[in-house]
Design a protein around this ligand. Structure first.
Ligand SMILES: Cc1ncc(COP(=O)(O)O)c(C=O)c1O
Length: 419
């Protein structure tokens, strides 16, 4: 995919939406650390509040540094508009709530990030909203779950930590045949590996905290609108004023006007700045993440202590062919899961690691490990853990960009002697 200037993706990651001439020659957008913006005339402020002028008013609404990141993300995903927010969960909450009213339903794949699962099943339930969860890769089940109350289908490009990869193109076609949009959390793939709009998805969500930043120093999220979905009046009567106001940008306007600014899910401009610093190296990092992850999968496969490996890069993985269809020959992502004998073995393994960080994050340039069952999912009941494939023997590894020999050496010495 190239832009109007003919630049391809890896160039655009660095050069898209750069405007040093507006930044006194700086090569990165400055941090506009101001809560509010001065308006010289009463009319200008009035016109801006009315949406007829595109100036900045107040940090909770918009911010010039955030705006640059929004434009870059829209460009990289091939979307029409974007909003950056304080976290991935802020983006997921706002993206879905803008579509939902009490009594509505939606369909979601059942391999969801932990907080997304809780939001959908516990929090939305309080407001009379029903999520129907099905296997992410079962298109028939997705279609059967759609009824006249369904407002959208929600999937993750690569399930976390289930590692299943839905055929987004077929799901988008199925959703559209019922007049509803497809929302995709593209965090684990990043726009380097997958651009869901190119296969028909309508809305893309990111936790920028992960691969987009790559340094684990800035939380953030983004909602990106393809601008392609037609908000028909029968199923989406509440969209009419937004379509009238903003046309193809109706959805992102609704997310912003109804939810983002009222819930106050503002992104700190400093975090946008840090995210943009990280994004410059997205393409290179993703290449190395995925090369290393494949090598780690092969290394772990040879180890007798490792009972199973879940990584779509392995030819016998159920999502291998779908991954190739979706990702081409770029790779299969930087996250994998593997199984040891039991929870005790997982704890011993983690405690023995010397270089690899044990923490709750992923997509950092450093290799990270976690035992999800006893950490993020510790308060879940067994049935829910089973549904999400969170077993006591599962280790999740976010493979970093260090020298592969050092990653494997650390894994190897921590595995040595385990049953
Ligand atoms: C796939 C996915 N989506 C969303 C999130 C939430 O992002 P954040 O922690 O930035 O709110 C995470 C966090 O790990 C994630 O893995």
């Amino acid at each position: 995919m190239s832009d109007k200037k003919g630049y391809k993706f890896n160039t655009r990651v660095i050069h898209a939406c750069q405007s040093p001439e507006d930044w006194q020659g700086a090569t990165i957008a400055p941090i506009f650390q101001t809560a509010s913006h001065v308006h010289r005339t009463a009319e200008n402020l009035s016109e801006t509040f009315a949406g007829r002028k595109d100036d900045h008013i107040y940090m909770r609404l918009t911010n010039p540094t955030n705006r640059v990141l929004e434009e870059k993300l829209a460009d990289l995903e091939g979307g029409l508009g974007a909003i950056v927010m304080s976290s991935g969960m802020a983006a997921i909450s706002n993206a879905s709530m803008a579509l939902l009213r009490a009594g509505d339903e939606f369909v979601a794949g059942n391999s969801l990030f932990m907080s997304t699962y809780l939001l959908f099943t516990r929090v939305f339930k309080k407001y009379g909203i029903t999520v129907r969860m099905v296997e992410s890769t079962d298109i028939g089940a997705i279609e059967r779950a759609i009824n006249e109350k369904t407002r959208f289908v929600y999937l993750e490009t690569i399930g976390n930590p289930k590692m299943d990869i839905p055929d987004l193109e077929r799901v988008a076609a199925a959703a559209h045949s019922h007049g509803i949009p497809l929302l995709v959390d593209n965090t684990l793939a990043s726009p380097y590996l997958c651009r869901p709009f190119e296969v028909g998805a309508d809305i893309v969500i990111h936790s920028t905290t992960k691969y987009l930043s790559g340094h684990g120093s800035a939380a953030g999220g983004a909602v990106i609108d393809s601008g392609n979905f037609e908000w028909n009046r029968d199923r989406f009567p509440d969209f009419a004023p937004f379509v009238e106001r903003k046309g193809a940008l109706a959805y992102i306007d609704k997310v912003w006007r109804e939810h983002h600014i009222n819930f106050g899910t503002t992104q700190a401009p400093f975090h946008s700045y840090l995210t943009m610093i990280g994004m410059d190296t997205l393409a290179l990092r993703m290449e190395r993440h995925m090369e290393n992850t494949m090598k780690v999968a092969q290394f772990l496969r040879e180890r007798p202590e490792v009972k199973w490996i879940n990584y779509a890069g392995l030819k016998d993985h159920p999502s291998h062919e779908t991954a190739k269809k979706l990702f081409g020959d770029k790779g299969f992502g930087g996250l994998l899961a593997f199984g040891l004998k039991d929870q005790g073995a997982c704890f011993s393994f983690i405690d023995r690691l010397r270089m690899i960080y044990h923490l709750a994050n992923l997509g950092d340039c450093k290799t990270l490990v976690i035992h999800p069952c006893s950490s993020q999912y510790v308060s879940f009941d067994d049935a829910t853990r089973d549904e999400l494939s969170i077993t006591p023997d599962l280790i999740r590894l976010s493979v970093g960009i260090e020298d592969i020999e050092d990653i494997c050496a650390d894994l190897g010495q921590a595995l040595d002697g385990l049953a």
